[in-house]
Design a protein around this ligand. Structure first.
Ligand code: HSE
Length: 414
């Protein structure tokens, strides 16, 4: 029986997890793929003395590219330079590529999918969004009959872990981040996690798949969690909300709107209870309504689970591309609308020497607002939640308010 030969490129956290999981469950994996399979080569520039996979290592990518037996390669390098070059070379030769590289898919997905299809192979990236959560395949296969209306998700494990540790364990931001790095959750440059870029890339992938046009990271308004303080967390908890970094893309009457930013999630929404490294993604389809996908969003074993699943699928579909895994390229963002044209409710925290007059001014500007009580609140502070109106209008009103008070914080609601 022919053995399907696999290559793994990059033996870091996810690459090594992929190889270990493959050999741990090889019997089951082969049964489920209906083929004999093996990992023939592992490419990495580093040395791994004493590794049980010693005979498979190579430092030369061409050993993989020029090996006619290798039909599937797992690109676990990350980034957009070498990974991009290697992926194009492999796909051009008809070798299917699977990856957890969200940056590459978010920036070059349309091109790489097209290249795979024109060479009769596949480009799979289940592990690029939500770590081990099945989300890419459900979106383009199980939900294929639906027009997708909205996707809202906690898409970054590191920031969710940090927020959870800060809120529940009173751990400092720096300590929580160091723990996330030690556990292998964070990006090599963790500012990509903290500032929302990682979640943005994942939102781009989901949005492109859902709406059929490439949504590039620069089309998405993106801000991270650096400005969230425990004061805000305490205020909003009193009002029945949790602060989460949310990726949101939805089709409105005006067009598609996409944002990644901290949002207040009401405790009635299951996303509010998603803690630690867990991610969760809600997808709303016109037929199915709301669906929820939940699981470990980062980490060696969880992510390897998705990579190996892609390897199995790639082996099963040698010489047959998956038609539904695709989207068109886009040259401009005219199909999207500015996020500030969307209606939204926002939480605002203000400081003033005359809080009573300020209350009157806030009510005059916004009509009815929910003022939020807080134990231990300073006499000079107020926090409130606005009604739902276009964000441009909210900003105009806050500009007027700032002539009389210090507007310290504005956080959108989900
Ligand atoms: N740094 C990413 C996260 C890894 O924390 O979610 C998984 O994509």
């Amino acid at each position: 029986m022919k053995v399907s030969q696999i290559a793994v490129i990059g033996f870091g956290v996810v690459g090594s997890g992929t190889v270990e999981l493959f050999y741990k469950n090889k019997d089951l994996i082969e049964k489920r793929s209906g083929r004999k399979m093996d990992i023939k080569r592992i490419c990495d520039l580093r040395d791994f003395p004493g590794s049980p996979f010693a005979e498979k290592f190579t430092k030369n990518f061409n050993d993989i590219l020029n090996d006619p037996e290798i039909t599937v390669a797992a690109e676990m390098i990350g980034g957009k330079t070498l990974a991009y070059e290697y992926t194009k070379k492999l796909l051009s030769r008809g070798v299917s590529v699977v990856t957890s590289n969200k940056e590459l898919v978010a920036c070059h997905g349309a091109e790489l999918i097209k290249l795979a299809k024109s060479n009769g192979c596949n480009y799979f990236f289940e592990a690029s969004v939500g770590g081990g959560i099945p989300i890419i395949r459900p979106l383009h296969q199980c939900l294929a009959a639906n027009r997708i209306e909205r996707i809202a998700g906690i898409l970054n494990g590191t920031t969710n872990y940090i927020l959870t540790k800060m809120i529940y364990d009173q751990v400092s931001f720096e300590q929580a981040l160091a723990d996330a790095q030690r556990l292998g959750y964070a990006e090599s440059d963790p500012s990509a996690d903290i500032d929302g870029e990682d979640a943005c890339r994942k939102l781009c992938i989901l949005g492109s798949l859902a709406f059929g046009k490439h949504i590039y990271p620069e089309y998405v308004h993106c801000s991270g969690i650096r400005n969230i303080t425990l004061d805000d967390v305490e205020y909003v908890a009193n009002a029945g909300y949790a602060v989460k970094l949310i990726g949101l893309i939805e089709k409105t009457e005006k067009g598609i709107v996409a944002t990644v930013c901290p949002r207040l999630v009401p405790i009635s929404n299951p996303l509010s209870g998603v803690n630690d490294v867990y991610n969760a993604i809600m997808i709303r389809g016109d037929s199915v309504g709301d669906t929820l996908f939940y699981g470990r969003g980062a980490g060696k074993q969880a992510t390897a689970s998705a990579v190996v699943a892609d390897i199995i699928d790639a082996v099963k579909h040698e010489n047959a591309d998956i038609a539904s895994l695709t989207w068109e390229d886009s040259t401009d963002r005219s199909f999207m609308v500015p996020y500030k044209s969307a209606d939204v409710r926002v939480y605002v925290r203000v400081r003033s020497d005359d809080v009573d007059s300020l209350k009157g001014l806030i009510t005059a500007l916004f009509g009815y607002v929910d003022f939020i009580p807080r134990k231990m609140r300073t006499e000079r502070e107020l926090a409130f939640i606005t009604p739902s109106i276009e964000e441009y209008q909210i900003d105009k009103k806050l500009a007027l308010l700032s002539e009389h008070a210090d507007v310290m914080r504005k956080i959108r609601l989900l």
